[in-house]
Each structure stands twice: as structure tokens, then as C-alpha cells.
Ligand binder design. Sequence first.
Ligand code: UDP
Ligand code: MG
Length: 309
Amino acid sequence: MQLLSVIVPCFNEEENIRDFYAEFLKNASFLDENELSLEFIFVDDGSDDGTAKEVKGLIEEDGRVHLLSFSRNFGKEAAIYAGLKRSKGDYVVMMDADLQDPPSLIPQMYSYIKEGYDSVATRRVDRKGEPPIRSFFARAFYRIINRMSRTEIVDGARDYRFMTRRFVDSVLLLTEYNRFTKGIFSWVGFETKWIEYENIERRKGETKWSFWKLFWYALDGIVAFTTAPLTFAAIMGVLFCVLAFVLIVVTIIRKILFDDPTSGWPSLVCIISLISGVQLFCLGIVGQYLSKTYMEVKRRPVYILKEEL
Ligand code: UDP
Ligand code: MG
């Protein structure tokens, strides 16, 4: 008999745990049909509500339920990593606790896996129920990162994904501290089948992603998957060197031929401030990469467990 691991990252989801569990099992008839057994891995990402208590309640009723509790909030990326590491299944499916990832899609996902795909991923085709400003920045982010990075990051991709063991093991080979899972899933390769569905609003509670949290996450994604900004900084440097060289030559020639004293410091001030702005900007780009490198060389663990059941 083969095993399916269901990984659910949870951060303050006490109201959703039971609903999720019930809804999943309502759609679980395909498990028996395909001789699959099941394990749930709830990863409590340092919740300060009753999330762990709810899961412990489930554990008492159902031996297939497991819990990983973090010592604090390490973020969804860490929760995903911990869940994947703990999973023992021949197949693994990753789902949000808020029922935005409909379990009814799983039989279809499984049938694609049987066809030979190593991962079946989902993307939402619309951004219904999302503030327009957020959609605008999200779209811009995907456009920018896909132009800069060789790893394709699919617009609207969710973390809801069905994977084979060899795909999961490949993902686990990437042990970096700054994890951008959307990129990692694409980077490891293998055949991926994309399923589209319309956005479903979260059942209960509120989204854990503020605008700024998403903004920093986007920046992490760019720094993690492309070094194009560094090249951009270098090109800017070269361009300004060439410009400066031309200006120097022009100034010398003007002095020799026309004995024309350089006039006006306003233009000088403009040029100096422009170029120092560009320099600081480029230094900032370098700093971004340096800070990520700094975090990586510390070799800190991605998460710390408080409890495992
Ligand atoms: N989540 C998490 N750690 C965090 C933030 C979110 O484990 O720091 C979980 C959350 O409990 C949920 C999933 O990640 O199961 C998706 O979060 P959310 O629904 O808030 O994001 P959205 O669907 O709005 O993108
Ligand atoms: Mg959600």
C-alpha cells in the first residue's frame, strides 16, 4: 500500500483546522479506490491561538494525524520545508489550512501523477477578492522576475501541489536559509502539470500576508533566483565611466582650443548628485546580495521545533 502525506502549514488557524480535516476526508474516497493510506502533517508555525490544541484534539481521534510545532513564527516557507522533511509518503500534497486549496482537485491531480508527471501544480486564474493595488504589484513582480531570472516563476501559482517522492527529495536537497519555494519547485525541474482554478476566498480568519510582508517576500524571491540586478549595477557603472571619459575629453579640448573656462557650478552639482545617487543605488543592490550571503554562511537552521507528535 502506498502512502499519501498531506502537509498543512498553519499560523493562527484554530477556526480552520477542523473544517479542513472534515472537508479533506469528504473528498477522500479516491484513497480507498487507489489503495492509498494517508497521513496528515500539520505544521504549527508558532501560532499564539489554539491551533496546536485543535490538532492535538484530532490526534486523539485519528492516529494518522501528526503535529510539528515551531518554537516561534518562522514563516510559511520554513513550515513547508519542515513538513516536506517530516513526510514519509510516496506522494505528498501541500495545502493551506484555510480551504483556499479545494481538496476536490486531488483525485484529478493524482490521475496526472499516474500519467507520469512528477508534480501537479495549481494556479489561480483570477485575483478575485484581492485589493487592486496588491494585484497590480503582484503582476509587476512576476513580470520583473521572469524577465530577470532563468527559473520560470508562474504568475498566480499557489503552493497547492501534488508531488512524487523523488520530486520532494529533490526539493529537500536545497537546504538554503532564504527559501523561495515557488522558485525552488521550478528550479528542480521534472515534468509539471498545471491545473487552473478560480480563486476561492479564505473560509475563516484573515490572511497572514500584509502588503509589506509580500513586498519583502518578493524582494527575497528576486535576490534568491537571479543575480541580474548585480549585472545591471555593473553596466550602469560602465556607462557612467564612458560618459565621464567623454566629458573629460570635451573639457580638455575646449580648454586647449578656445581657452574656455568651465562655467557654472550648478551643472556640476547636478552631475555629482546624480552619480552619487546611482552609486548608492548600486551599492544597495550589492548590499542586498551581501546580506543574503551573510545569512546563508551563518548556516542557521530554517526552523526550530518545540514539539513533535
Ligand atoms: N502561514 C504560515 N506561516 C505564516 C503565514 C502563513 O504557516 O507565517 C500559513 C497559513 O496558516 C495558511 C497558509 O500559510 O495555511 C497561507 O496563508 P494565508 O491564507 O494567510 O495566505 P494567502 O492565502 O492570503 O496568500
Ligand atoms: Mg489563504
